[in-house]
Design a protein. Structure first.
Length: 159
């Protein structure tokens, strides 16, 4: 499956998820979205032999790097199951990557949810502690659930 085929598949899946059949790409070939106080992007990267799908969100911008910030991001990384978080170019970024050749509806949806939930949960908390700005400051202060919390007793699957 070529990179172009993966890109077409991603576009079709995103149209299903969003209900929007006329998605537009940004200048770099990614599909931008908004969820809560964060913007996130889905983009196919790599070559025809190893295409990949990156899903990322800039949770916080204009934040200075510090040992304390990097320590907190490392603690968050230890708690996240799939997504990762890092500091780059004065921004805190939550990201996940999927192998394009094994992509399916469930893995893409899971990646979108993981990144969006982590960005919306941790972004405001990181802003309080380290400053910077959220992508969308106008979002109501709705309490986001901790995406790393273990399920409560009785939740989830059972045999």
């Amino acid at each position: 499956m070529s990179r172009d085929m993966v890109d077409a598949y991603v576009e079709r899946l995103l149209e299903e998820f969003t209900g929007n059949e006329s998605l537009s790409k940004d200048d770099h070939g990614g599909y931008p979205f908004r969820h809560g106080n964060s913007a996130y992007t889905v983009r196919v990267v790599g070559n025809d032999d190893r295409p990949a799908v990156r899903v990322w969100s800039v949770a916080l911008h204009e934040v200075d790097e510090s040992p304390e910030l990097l320590g907190v991001l490392n603690e968050i990384n230890q708690r996240l199951l799939h997504a990762r978080v890092y500091w780059a170019d004065k921004a805190v970024v939550f990201e996940d990557a999927l192998a394009g050749l094994t992509l399916n509806k469930g893995t893409l949806e899971s990646s979108l949810v993981d990144v969006a939930e982590a960005s919306n949960f941790f972004g405001p908390r990181l802003k309080e502690q380290f400053g910077g700005g959220l992508t969308f400051e106008d979002d109501p202060a709705e309490e986001a659930a901790d995406p790393t919390a273990e399920p409560a007793a009785g939740d989830g699957l059972y045999l």
